[in-house]
Write a protein that binds this ligand. Structure first.
Ligand code: HEM
Length: 178
C-alpha cells in the first residue's frame, strides 16, 4: 500500500493533530493533578480530580488510538516503513506502551482518586496521581523531538531492504511531504 501525495498529507495532518492533542491533554492532566495535591481547599481538590476523570474517560483512548492508527498508516503507506527506520520503530513501541499504560494504570488511578474524593477521603495516593501524567508527558515530548529530528538511521531490516532494492528509502520523496 502506498499513499498518494494528497492522502499522505491529509494523514500527516491528522497524525500531528492527534499527537499534539495527546500531548496537550497530558499537560492539562498534570496541571490538574498538581493543583489537586497542593491546594488547601477540599472543594478545589474534588473539582480538579473530577475534571481529570472527564479527560481520562473521554479523551485518552480516542487520541491514543488515532495517533497510533494514523502513525501506522503513514509508516506502511510511505517509504519510511514500520520497522525500517529506528525513529519510527521506537515511536511505534513507545506509543503502544504509553497507550496500554494509560488505559490500565493512568485511567484506573484517576477513577480511584475521583471515587476517593467523592467519598470525602481526599486523594489517598498523591504520588500516583501525578506520576501518570509526568511519565506520559515525558514520553510524548521525547517522541515529538524524535519525530522532528528523525535520528538513528536504518534498522537491520531497513539496511537489508535498501540493499535488496534501489527503492530510495532515504532518497528524495521521503521527506517531501508538505
Ligand atoms: C505520541 C506519539 C507520536 C508523536 C508525538 C508523533 C509525532 C509526529 C510528528 C510531529 C510528525 C511530523 C514530523 C515531520 O513531518 O517532520 C510525525 C510523523 C510521522 N510519524 Fe509520528 N508521532 C507519534 C506516534 C507515531 C507512531 C506510533 C507511528 C508509527 C506507528 C508514527 C509514524 C510516523 C511517520 C511514519 C511519520 C512521517 C510521515 C511522513 O513523512 O509522511 N508516529 N509524527
Amino acid at each position: 500500500m502506498k499513499l498518494d501525495r494528497p492522502a499522505r498529507r491529509a494523514t500527516l495532518v491528522v497524525h500531528v493533530i492527534a499527537a499534539a492533542g495527546w500531548l496537550g491533554l497530558t499537560l492539562g492532566l498534570l496541571a490538574l493533578a498538581v493543583t489537586a495535591i497542593t491546594t488547601e481547599s477540599p472543594a478545589m481538590t474534588e473539582a480538579t480530580v473530577r475534571s481529570m476523570k472527564v479527560f481520562a474517560d473521554w479523551l485518552i483512548l480516542p487520541l491514543a488510538l488515532l495517533t497510533l492508527l494514523s502513525g501506522l498508516v503513514l509508516s506502511l503507506g510511505t517509504p519510511w516503513g514500520l520497522a525500517r527506520h529506528r525513529w519510527v520503530y521506537t515511536k511505534f513501541w513507545m506509543t503502544l506502551g504509553t497507550t496500554v499504560a494509560s488505559v490500565f494504570a493512568l485511567r484506573p488511578g484517576v477513577t480511584d482518586a475521583a471515587a476517593s474524593v467523592a467519598s470525602g477521603a481526599g486523594v489517598l495516593d498523591p504520588t500516583d496521581l501525578v506520576a501518570g501524567p509526568i511519565v506520559s508527558l515525558s514520553a510524548y515530548l521525547f517522541m515529538t523531538v524524535v519525530s522532528v529530528l528523525k535520528p538513528w538511521g536504518l534498522t537491520k531490516r531497513g539496511r537489508k531492504h535498501r540493499a535488496g532494492s534501489r527503492n530510495a528509502v532515504d532518497g528524495r520523496g521521503v521527506r517531501q511531504t508538505a
